[in-house]
Design a protein around this ligand. Structure first.
Ligand code: ADP
Length: 402
């Protein structure tokens, strides 16, 4: 039997999954990927093979009460029907916040779950959804090894100064500091830099993870020395629906003058701001690009997004003491030719020159000349979770007989 691993990435109404073969001595090998959407309402299941062909699809009605638990059990039984010589050996989870305690992936037990629950106030909109499948698996598949992999852990290499807010010391003692997120994505990019240009692996690189969530990370010798996200996944760049960095005084204004409750203010900052809030049209870059030529609101939202990215890259170049390479990744970074061109146009001072044809063609290297280089590298957070899960279980192999 070939042991397989499920990698789960759970959101409020979605469950994304990938299934990997874990053959001895070989890298984890993707077999299937898919997702459940609309959980709790009219749920939809889709699974594809590695060539992208849809293998199976299903829809449930809103009366079916098909939630995360039903999705997980459906996935396990779908696997059993299709596994052909494979056996489910473990589940790896994306968990957004590891706090100060979890600086590396961890085998989940009851004490770990309790520690992760204590971090819910630090990531109230993400952490509960990440923890729910962990609890479901413990209840429904007792004994199944589970590994939690954290978006914060990659940034634990940052210096104390890079992680501090200029707040009273007792707040730091309560865990109020910069953590940084998107670490699984940055871990992946860091691990493949040598395949694109060995000088980058040992150099000064800014990675722009531009998806619905967006952040930048400064890598020196492949490790994180600074990032734009901080205490929460709200800081730094404007995002699809999140505001990015705003003056903390704005929050007091929302509470005191606009009489919003903390929950209402939180909803505005997380779900009604960013590209959606500024444009009043959409959080989807494709929609905004299609309207920008004729719609000033769409154009303004994109211009602000690009301006903030360019400015924040300047800040990270200062932290790095120079720039050898810039990497674009995630939905917008990998696909939006115009965003890449506009960001690079604002970085001539850092030695970057756009290769327009390469950018349009989607080549990995999109810069020309002998200065700093610019790259497009597709991210793969699930593969990092698979690798981390395997390495944690490898350490616990005798105990778990995997
Ligand atoms: P998430 O943070 O949810 O993982 P993704 O990395 O999937 O997000 O990125 C989603 C973003 O990528 C959306 O804003 C979407 O508009 C954008 N995107 C996806 N494909 C394209 C494309 N071809 N051109 C421009 N933007 C794109």
């Amino acid at each position: 039997m070939t042991p397989v691993l499920i990698v789960l990435n759970a959101g409020s109404s979605s469950l994304k999954f990938q299934v990997f073969d874990m053959l001895d001595g070989a890298a984890p090998r993707l077999v299937w990927k898919g997702l459940y959407e609309g959980l709790g309402g009219s749920a939809h299941f889709l699974v594809k093979d590695t060539s992208g062909s849809v293998l199976d699809e299903m829809t449930w009605g809103s009366d079916d009460r098909f939630g995360h638990e039903q999705a997980l059990m459906h996935l396990v039984s779908w696997l059993r029907q299709h596994q052909e010589g494979r056996e489910l050996a473990a589940i790896g989870h994306r968990v957004v916040h590891g706090g100060e305690a979890f600086t590396r992936p961890v085998l989940v037990d009851e004490a770990v779950i309790q520690s992760l629950e204590a971090l819910v106030p630090l990531a109230p909109l993400h952490q509960p959804h990440n923890l729910e499948p962990i609890r479901i698996v413990r209840r429904r598949l007792p004994g199944m090894p589970q590994v939690a992999c954290f978006d914060t852990a990659f940034h634990q290499t940052q210096s104390e100064i890079a992680s501090l807010f200029a707040l009273p010391r007792e707040m730091r003692e309560r865990g109020v500091r910069r953590y940084g997120f998107h670490g699984l994505s940055y871990d992946y990019i860091s691990s493949v830099l040598k395949d694109y240009d060995p000088r980058l692996a040992g150099g000064r690189v800014v990675v722009a993870h531009l998806g619905n969530g967006a952040s930048l990370c400064a890598l020196k010798d492949g490790v994180s020395i600074a990032t734009t996200m901080g205490f929460s996944a709200l800081d730094g760049l404007p995002m699809g629906t999140r505001c990015g960095a705003v003056d903390a005084g704005v929050v007091f204004f929302m509470l005191r003058e606009m009489k919003l409750s903390p929950e209402e203010a939180e909803r505005v900052l997380y779900t009604k701001s960013g590209l959606l809030g500024v444009s009043g049209i959409s959080n989807d870059m494709r929609v905004l690009r299609s309207k920008a030529a004729t719609n000033a609101d769409a154009k303004r939202a994109i211009d602000l997004f690009v301006y903030r990215i360019t400015r924040e890259i300047g800040s990270l170049v200062a932290a790095l003491g120079g720039l050898d390479g810039l990497v674009f990744t995630a939905g917008i970074g990998e696909n939006d030719v115009a965003t890449r061109a506009e960001v690079i146009a604002g970085l001539a001072w850092a030695g970057l020159t756009l290769d327009e044809a390469a950018n349009r063609a989607g080549d990995p290297r999109i810069s020309s000349g002998s200065g700093s280089t610019a790259w497009v590298i597709p991210t793969n957070e699930e593969l990092v979770i698979a690798r981390q899960t395997r390495s944690v279980l490898g350490g616990a192999q005798t105990k778990l007989a995997i």
